[in-house]
Design a protein around this ligand. Sequence first.
Ligand code: ATP
Ligand code: MG
Length: 564
Amino acid sequence: MISANDSKGSDFIRDIILDDIRTNKWGGRVVTRFPPEPNGHLHIGHAKSMCLNFGVAEETGGECHLRFDDTNPTKEEEEYVTSIKEDVRWLGWDWGAHLHYASDYFEALYEFAIDLIQKGKAYVDDLNQEQIREGRGTLTEPGKESPHRNRPVGENLDLFRRMRACEFEEGARVLRAKIDMGSPNLNMRDPVLYRVLKATHHRTGDAWCIYPMYDFAHGQSDSIEEVTHSLCTMEFEDHRPLYDWILNGLEIHHPQQIEFARLNLTYTVLSKRKLLHLVEDGYVSGWDDPRMPTLSGLRRRGYSPESIKTFCDRIGVAKRQTAVEVALLEHCVREDLNQRARRAMAVLHPLKVVIDNFPEGQVEELEAVNNPEDPAMGTHKVPFSRELYIESDDFREDPPGKFFRLAPGREVRLRYGYFITCAGFDKDESTGEVVTVHCTYDPETKGGQAPDGRKVRGTIHWVSAAHALEAEVRLYDNLFTVERPDEVEDYRTVLNPESLTVLTSCRVESSLVDAAPGQHYQFERVGYFCVDSSDSRPGALVFNRTATLRDSWAKIEGGGGKQA
Ligand code: ATP
Ligand code: MG
């Protein structure tokens, strides 16, 4: 298990890179790249990749390029490019002068293909997609050589130039590498390098009707940018022989590809395809729905960049595929917000309390601490008056054992305020629901201490009814009910129907009147919240719950989490 206390340390990739610096392998240089395909928004898995690529560059004085791997014109959009740049910057990473697009290399990639053809290492095939697939063979059977495999170089050059000139229909001809149809690695059985696609590209428009496949674009883009270490996820391990074969064939700068395990999180899906379905099918309100594991979703939920980077440091980098507990991610945001979030009082399920012996119309200002973890954050005032709201479950008509909050005849402390004693309550005759609790306060207990030294077991939060602001509060839970939704055939069958609870008549203390979008708070005893950046307005505040106060990770670790 990953310890929550692991600090940023080394890993096998950093070891390799430090070794290369020591042996001057790349002239001491370190160049990495983060290569998202602009076909979706970034998620927490991409954060892991960024923390590795940008992190290593930062630690070694190297550089990390942001490269859009935009070689598939049919699925990519400019909207994604914009949001990806925003998310990278939000996490605090800087690509400096190195913003690149694989599509900027289309001409160079074409020339590389010509070079391979001239060297007898690539050929134009007339087989269609289906025939190529059939001829590829299986893990147990070798593939069949295409009848076009031994075309003369001149004919291949001519046909490939005509592919570029849009003389052929989609699927009619492809360019293939001439490697080995008997290779045990299916990626080496004459893989397709270029295909005809009559699609408009978001950056190159209609300039091209042939597009390079990922395996042909990626390594050559790395080479053009003089990347030294091409860090990618494990599924590319079987592609590495092809990466190396093409670069060796072209005799150009040859980066080292190193693979590491993707991040998987419990109760979460991280495939862009599945996330897109969740959006398109309306299971969430958008890519930035606070339940989404996207960076925009986490940001809107109230996650800070620091908490996400801490999480990435703690999970580390290795080759073994595991699922990280989502509780660790929540632990990291709690730890961060505990230091920075201003405290405030908010009542999610209001129950009216009348202090019968407090003069009507009188208002007292009590002093509340902004953050006990950071005295420099100071204090703020909260108004106290005759009518208050408390959390309805802080009162019980018939309290069970060990219930130390308000009940008939019981005395409790109001946070930052006085001791109050319950004198009685009113019920709605028709529903049997308690609607008002009557209390008396002890004026001698201001500040929460009784001069006679008597103790109370419970402290509850409250707001002044006349001053509090009405607010909407959105409570979030996991999107899925099972730990590994990826392993379920249809993830829609394991969606959590209670992943969102909207509470519309909550009351928050009046000092939150100017709460700015994205602002973090700890609502005392309730959890960490932030002002929703899309829907909150002055006068109609909306808060998202970032995390509860109960830290299940600290419990797993035996650290004894804070209790709500
Ligand atoms: P998906 O399979 O969800 O579409 P992808 O790998 O195709 O994801 P890219 O846009 O190609 O997404 O990813 C950009 C970079 O981020 C790649 O280097 C990829 O390996 C890395 N990456 C993507 N998902 C994860 C993950 N879950 N954990 C770590 N790195 C990831
Ligand atoms: Mg990809």
